[in-house]
Design a protein around this ligand. Structure first.
Ligand code: FES
Length: 68
């Protein structure tokens, strides 16, 4: 077992576009909070749409952390 794993965990939020949690957080940290804009830039919710609630929650959480 490799306890010294240096690879960053990449949590996929949208499997249709392959968008990770880190990508969405980075956009929010760059003051991009608008769901439509994030969708245009990353492709989230442009496929099956099942990630919508997850993306909205993540935007809300990342936004509250970025304003604290
Ligand atoms: S999982 Fe995001 S559009 Fe399908």
């Amino acid at each position: 077992m490799n306890e010294g794993n240096t690879f960053k965990n990449q949590v996929i939020i949208c499997h249709c576009s392959g968008t990770t949690e880190e990508t969405i957080k980075a956009l929010v940290l760059n003051n991009i909070f608008d769901f439509e804009e994030i969708s245009r830039k990353t492709g989230v919710c442009s496929g099956c749409g099942s990630c919508e609630d997850l993306v909205l929650d993540l935007i809300m959480m990342a936004r509250s952390h970025s304003t604290n």
